[in-house]
Design a protein around this ligand. Sequence first.
Ligand code: SF4
Ligand code: SF4
Length: 86
Amino acid sequence: MALVITEQCINCDMCLAECPNQAIFEGEKFYEIDSARCTECVGFYDRQTCVDVCPIECIVPDPQHQESKEQLLHKFHCLNLLSTTG
Ligand code: SF4
Ligand code: SF4
């Protein structure tokens, strides 16, 4: 499933550059994750890099966007295709 950033986020900016899918952006009050782009890092890494760098552990699984590993891999391939075809 995609991840979500909770309101505990302190806008430290650590996670932004770490996302290989450019799924993280600066929201109105705190940083947010575009669920359509978050693959839980599947396709790139074995671990979720945003979770690894967040100093306050406010990035959690999003129960609204439950996806299997196969679905996440499919999302990864679709995003990759989009970026290569422009
Ligand atoms: S889990 Fe990976 S793909 Fe999802 S927002 Fe975090 S860094 Fe980006
Ligand atoms: S690393 Fe954590 S606290 Fe920092 S901006 Fe990202 S979600 Fe917010």
